[in-house]
Structures are given as structure tokens and as C-alpha cells.
Design a protein. Structure first.
Length: 503
């Protein structure tokens, strides 16, 4: 323990060197802007700015890119809350409650909760990273395809909580999402499937961000225009020091779900190919499932903003663990970071801690400082973010539309995705009118490809034996918890009916 603290002290002093400290502040500020722009996100931001890092030493370069990654994780919450457009796929769950809070004049509360939860999630994950890096990396290696599928099944089980009491509609929404996730090329045979008459644009599948921006950007805008006839009542938000103190006092109401989301997010982040998006969605589902007031979720519950924001920040740190200790990227962004490290002559893997301890501990130290810097920058700019909501809707609607089109075009740079995004916008609007939950469909399209790949790999390795999922201990535990989560609302509903009948 003393050795770890000594290494950490050295890492913090290295991170506080003038050049490294400047790179942290610059990285966090740029990350915020990148995360807030729909369609960009941390992957594109890190890739675009990677060439700049060749002007500085390797440690400063990776510190800068890690700070961008950190800042972008929060940045997505800004547009999610103020405009209802997820800046990145990791911020989709933040829209569910962040946007309703902004519409009722509590944008400052939502933005403060997102900033504080991000800080808590980041702090917990960095502490876990510092203390348990080697053993957790070894444990993550035990996750084969069967365990990954069971974990995805566990995530699907939390969707029941997202759908409220209307379980059939939730299941229908999940199935629609899974069908959309299957569009493209078959992962085993490579044959096209569900490509609607050989339309080339469908061969690369349906991009998740296109679906999310269509449903939550265009769909929300159409719904607002219809329900208000363009005359949106703007709730004035006063962001004073006393208001900030009041918002910070509310932290105790969601500290439990935030801590749970942080630990869950960090662990999911350590699993190769999982990343921050599934972590944030699972954290939101668990927060709602175990809430005393689950009906308030989706209508403006602060815990619905805090849980996913804590999880996606924790997952961003967690995804660095397999990259540094095993040389396996835990997310698309860390894959780019891995490429950068190799270019700079650093070889990720178990020997990195012994061969380049200054680099590893300098990076870990920078995460502590980047976490604090992001919190300060976020809270300082909340009054500016809130001002976005005072723009008349007649001006804001075209801006939202343009941002949605840019966000839909950016991932693949094809007009096919722009038309698809507009179509999803109309579908999202119709689903809302028919009172169908949209969130489970959005979540299913994220986890669908991951679940399919791990299921088919498991069945191929076991020669079609389904028992592989219950004979492996970790897989069996995940399935049992999933059954418990699915049963929980059903038992609750049954008890409620029984008590009504008795009375």
C-alpha cells in the first residue's frame, strides 16, 4: 500500500508540471466542446486531435488525450439536458430525465447533478484503478463469450424497469430494437440480412447515434412543435451562488445510485468491447428498478441524470485498465489511445508498469487532476449553458434541426443516414403519441450486436449446448440476477393487486 501511495505521489507531481497541467486544462475544455457537439463524441475528438500530440512528449500527449476523453464524457450531458439531443451515444440515458428537468425550469439542477455525479464516478473509478489494476485485469480475462452474453442478458433485464408497469409494451420496444440491431451483414457468414432490397446504405448496419439523434432530437422537436404550436414557455432559471449551494445539498438524495452507477460503470468499462454506453444504460435501469419512486423516472428525476453520468465517467476510466495492463482496448476511444501509445514507442501490457512506471503513474495522477478540473470548468459554465434555454423556440428549433442533420451525417458521412435519422424522428414522434416507451428500443440496438456476437461464439464453442450459460459460475450468477430483476416488478405488481383485493 505504501508503495502504491509513493508511486501515486510521484504521478501527481508529474501531472502538476506546467506543460502537463496546461495539457489537462486544455484537454478538459476541448473535451467539453467536443462532447456537446452532436455526432462528434470522444472517439472523433481524440482521432482528430491525435496529430497535435506529436508536438509534445509522450506522457504529455497521452495526458492530453485522456483529458479530452474525460471532458467529452460530461460534454454529452450539456446538449442532452439543454436541447434534448445526445451529444454522444454515452449520453443517451441522460436525455430521459435531463430534458424533462430543463423543460420544467430545473436545467441548473440537472447540469449540477451531471457535473457532481461525473466527479463522483470519476473519483471512485480512479481510486479503484489505482488500488486494483492488476487483479481486476486478471478477473476481466475470465469473461469469455458466455459471461459476456449473460451480462448483456442482465442489462436487458433492467429494461423492464425502464418500461414502467406496461411490460408488454416494453418487451415489444426491446424486440423492435433487436430487429434494427440485426440489420447489415451476418457476423458469421457475412451474408446481407434485412437490407430492404439490397439498399447499400444498410450494409454497414444502423448507426446507433443516427437512431438516438433521430428519436430524441427530431422526434422531441416535432412533439414540442405539435403540443405547443411553437409557443414554448421558457422557465427562467436563476443561477446564483445560493442556488448552486442548494443544488449541491441535493447530492445526498442521489449519492446511493451515483455510487452504485460508478462501481457498475467501472466494472463494465474494464470488459473489452463493452464501453461507456452499455454502462450508462444499465446504471439508469438499475437506478429506476431500485428507486422508491420509479414512476418519476422519465419525467424529471435527478437520480436519472446522476446514475448514467457517474457510470459513463467511471467506464471511461475502467476502459483504460485493459488497455494499459493487457494491451486490449476497452472502448473505441481507448483503441485510438492504444494506437497513439504504440506510435510513441510505448508497449502496453503487463510489463508497462515495470518498464515505464513514470508514464503509467503520471497518467493515473493526471486522471485525478482532470477529474477535479472538469468539475470546476463544468460548474463555472452552467450559467452559460442555461442561457441556451432562453433562446426563443422559433430560433432554437432550426438550430436543433441543423445540429441533428450534422450529427446524423458525421458518423458515416452518407446522406442515407440523414434520411434514416429523419425517418426515425417521425417514428419516435408516433411512438410517443401512442404511449410506447422508446428508451428500451434505443438501448436494445446498442446491446443487440454485442449480445448476438457473444451468444453465437458461446454456442459455436459448446457445439450448440445451452448448458454453457449455467455451468460457468460467473455466467450463472449473472443469469440468476437477471431473473431476479425481471421478477421484481412482476412480484411487486402481484402484491399490489393482492392488497387491493384484500382491502
Amino acid at each position: 500500500m505504501e508503495e502504491i501511495l509513493l508511486h501515486l505521489a510521484g504521478g501527481l507531481s508529474q501531472a502538476m508540471e506546467p506543460l502537463n497541467f496546461m495539457m489537462i486544462i486544455l484537454g478538459c475544455a476541448l473535451g467539453l466542446l467536443i462532447g456537446a457537439m452532436p455526432g462528434l463524441g470522444s472517439v472523433n475528438g481524440v482521432a482528430i486531435l491525435l496529430p497535435i500530440t506529436f508536438l509534445v512528449p509522450p506522457t504529455s500527449a497521452i495526458i492530453f488525450l485522456a483529458a479530452i476523453y474525460y471532458g467529452a464524457m460530461y460534454g454529452g450531458a450539456i446538449s442532452s439536458i439543454t436541447l434534448g439531443i445526445p451529444g454522444a451515444s454515452t449520453a443517451v440515458a441522460t436525455v430521459f430525465d435531463g430534458r424533462p428537468l430543463a423543460q420544467t425550469g430545473h436545467a441548473d439542477k440537472a447540469l449540477t447533478a451531471a457535473a457532481v455525479a461525473s466527479f463522483i464516478g470519476g473519483t471512485i473509478s480512479v481510486v479503484l484503478f489505482t488500488l486494483f489494476a492488476p487483479p481486476l485485469a486478471t478477473f476481466a480475462l475470465k469473461f469469455g463469450p458466455a459471461e459476456e452474453f449473460s451480462l448483456m442478458l442482465l442489462a436487458f433485464a433492467t429494461f423492464i424497469g425502464l418500461g414502467g408497469d406496461d411490460i408488454p409494451k416494453t418487451i415489444f420496444s426491446i424486440l423492435v430494437g433487436l430487429v434494427l440491431a440485426a440489420v447489415g451483414l451476418d457476423i458469421i457468414s457475412g451474408q446481407p440480412r434485412l437490407v430492404f432490397g439490397d439498399i447499400d446504405g444498410f450494409l454497414h448496419g444502423i448507426n446507433f447515434l443516427v437512431l438516438a439523434i433521430g428519436i430524441y432530437g427530431i422526434g422531441e422537436m416535432l412533439w414540442t412543435l405539435e403540443s405547443t404550436q411553437g409557443e414554448v414557455v421558457v422557465h427562467k432559471v436563476k443561477m446564483s451562488l445560493s442556488q448552486l449551494k442548494s443544488n449541491l445539498k441535493d447530492v445526498k438524495t442521489y449519492i446511493g445510485t451515483t455510487s452504485l452507477g460508478s462501481v457498475l460503470g467501472y466494472f463494465v468499462g474494464t470488459l473489452p468491447a463493452a464501453g461507456a454506453t452499455p454502462a450508462s444504460l444499465m446504471a439508469y435501469g438499475l437506478a429506476k428498478t431500485f428507486s422508491k419512486d420509479p414512476d418519476s423516472f422519465g419525467k424529471g428525476n435527478v437520480a436519472g441524470v446522476a446514475a448514467p453520468e457517474a457510470a459513463n465517467n467511471a467506464a471511461s476510466t475502467g476502459s483504460m485498465l485493459p488497455m494499459i495492463t493487457l494491451g486490449i482496448p476497452g472502448s473505441p476511444t481507448t483503441a485510438i489511445l492504444l494506437g497513439g501509445m504504440i506510435i510513441w514507442g510505448l508497449r502496453p501490457g503487463p510489463l508497462l508498469f515495470t518498464e515505464n512506471p513514470e508514464f503509467v503513474w503520471g497518467l493515473i495522477g493526471s486522471l485525478y487532476i482532470a477529474n477535479f478540473a472538469t468539475l470546476v470548468i463544468n460548474i463555472a459554465f452552467i450559467p452559460l449553458f442555461v442561457k441556451v434555454l432562453t433562446i426563443p423556440f422559433t430560433i432554437l428549433a432550426p438550430i436543433i434541426y441543423i445540429l441533428c442533420v450534422v450529427g446524423g451525417y458525421a458518423p458515416t458521412q452518407t446522406m442515407h443516414d440523414v434520411w434514416l435519422m429523419l425517418l426515425f424522428g417521425v417514428v419516435g414522434y408516433l411512438l410517443r403519441k401512442l404511449n410506447y416507451p422508446v428508451a428500451p428500443a434505443v438501448l436494445a440496438i446498442v446491446l443487440g450486436p454485442l449480445a448476438e456476437r457473444s451468444l453465437r461464439q458461446s454456442l459455436l464453442s459448446s457445439q450448440g449446448e445451452m448448458s454453457i450459460f449455467i455451468t460457468r459460475p460467473i455466467s450463472a450468477v449473472c443469469i440468476l440476477i437477471a431473473i431476479g430483476l425481471v421478477s421484481y416488478p412482476l412480484v411487486k405488481k402481484f402484491k399490489k393487486k393482492a392488497s387491493e383485493t384484500a382491502s
